[in-house]
Write a protein that binds this ligand. Structure first.
Ligand code: NAP
Ligand code: FE
Length: 371
């Protein structure tokens, strides 16, 4: 069994994690910039907790709360300048995947004043990024434990990621209570994102040994919680919230080791062009993904279905039922353009999917999105 597992984040969990572990912040320096979105840090309670922890440790802070969904590189660049002006020693990112991914880029811009926004994609710069602390407030992306930052280029509106050892946090405080304020629709979408991570990772060739343990643990937790959520049509009780959050960490660890497959890049097309939130956008492509697995990876699929105690058609129907996709019309011309771009930009996602996925097949999936 071959594997090569790297996950350098100190992942700290437990009741009142931030308050209980404030001493971990002290060695990072005396000044920090908190990077977040408009409301998530406040609504979740994470901002109050980190401010109390910083004050306890005698650390000065400033707040940049200008990160939007699908974070723009321009916003990350501005926050980097703010961190420099404040002479921050480290960055604290608070929020869902958008602020957490943004904070990874901010840490790089902060120490490299000559880096223009799009230069971050060259992946060459002089100075090491500032140390990074992440506090997640959604049960979705697993960004707390991944070396990936998904950013959006202002000029094109296109999502483009950076990946590497410089995108890991030093510390992630994992406390599911920060997800309790997430509204119903966002809870479903982020849960579907985490579930997609597990299922996509499952079918990649890298899903063996250590990484497979995380998928085996996380996928059933998420599916059980998503079913509860769907049946009740209301916000789940705290234990279900906790399952969603820890499930998202497990499947985040799985994608970090294995990568995602074709539902993610095809999902980006629905987010960029039709405003579908990330999790639902990726989950749209899970049923066709699973049906390909039936054809090309029957043993792996059988193992997954046994884990979820269901059959293929029931699972596909249940996933589709949770998405509630608006009516989207993609012409053959648009589908060709989208498919060609993403197969060129993310060939690994397509190659590592069951049976691979050709440009023509990707085009057909997109053109038949509402069928
Ligand atoms: P998000 O874009 O971070 O947040 C979605 C919405 O939820 C925002 O309006 C946010 O408010 C709100 N929100 C967040 N936490 C809340 C809370 N506790 N209470 C109330 N509202 C809350 O959503 P996400 O799905 O977590 O992240 C999606 C992004 O992550 C996408 O850009 C996706 O591509 C990326 N992603 C990254 C990875 C990775 O490995 N790095 C993996 C998968 C996806 P605010 O506006 O205040 O923030
Ligand atoms: Fe995702």
């Amino acid at each position: 069994m071959d594997f090569n597992f790297f996950m350098p984040v100190r992942l700290v969990s437990g009741k009142n994690t931030v308050a209980g572990n404030s001493a971990l912040l002290k060695p990072l320096g005396g000044r920090c910039l908190i990077v977040t979105g408009a409301s998530s840090a406040r609504l979740s309670g994470a901002l109050d907790d980190i401010i109390a922890a910083l004050q306890k440790e005698g650390i000065a802070y400033d707040i940049f709360d200008g990160i939007g969904q699908n974070p723009l590189i321009s916003a990350c660049h501005s926050a980097g300048a703010r961190a420099r002006a404040f002479e921050a020693d480290f960055i604290v990112g608070i929020g869902g995947g958008s602020p957490l991914d943004a904070a990874k880029a901010v840490a790089i811009y902060a120490t490299n004043a000559d880096l223009q926004p799009t230069d971050i994609y060259k992946r060459v710069y002089k100075n090491a990024p500032l140390p990074l602390v992440l506090i997640g407030t959604t049960a979705g992306t697993g960004s707390e434990v991944t070396g990936v930052s998904v950013l959006t280029v202002d000029e094109t509106g296109r999502k483009k990621s950076i990946v590497g050892p410089d995108c890991y946090a030093k510390i992630a405080f994992a406390d599911p209570k920060y997800t309790y304020s997430v509204p119903y629709d966002i809870t479903v979408s982020t849960g579907l994102d985490a579930f997609s991570h597990g299922v996509e990772a499952w079918f990649t060739p890298k899903c063996t040994g250590v990484s497979k343990c995380f998928a085996v643990k996380g996928i059933p937790m998420l599916w059980s919680a998503l079913k509860t959520l769907h049946l009740s049509y209301e916000l789940p009780a705290k234990p279900v919230r906790d399952e969603l959050y820890f499930g998202s960490l497990y499947t985040g660890l799985a994608i970090n080791a294995c990568g995602t497959a074709f539902p993610h890049p095809l999902g980006y097309i629905l987010t960029e062009n039709y405003g579908v939130p990330h999790g639902k956008a990726c989950a749209v492509f899970l049923p066709p993904f699973l049906r390909r697995a039936h054809k090309y990876e029957p043993q792996k699929l059988a193992e997954l279905l046994a884990l979820l105690q269901t059959d293929l058609e029931t699972l596909c129907k249940a996933i589709a039922g949770q998405i509630g996709l608006p009516n989207i019309h993609i012409t053959q011309g648009q589908a060709t353009q989208y498919a060609e771009r993403w197969v060129a930009e993310s060939p690994r996602n397509f190659d590592s999917s069951p049976g691979g996925l050709t440009v023509n097949e990707a085009r057909e999936l997109l053109a038949n999105i509402n069928n």
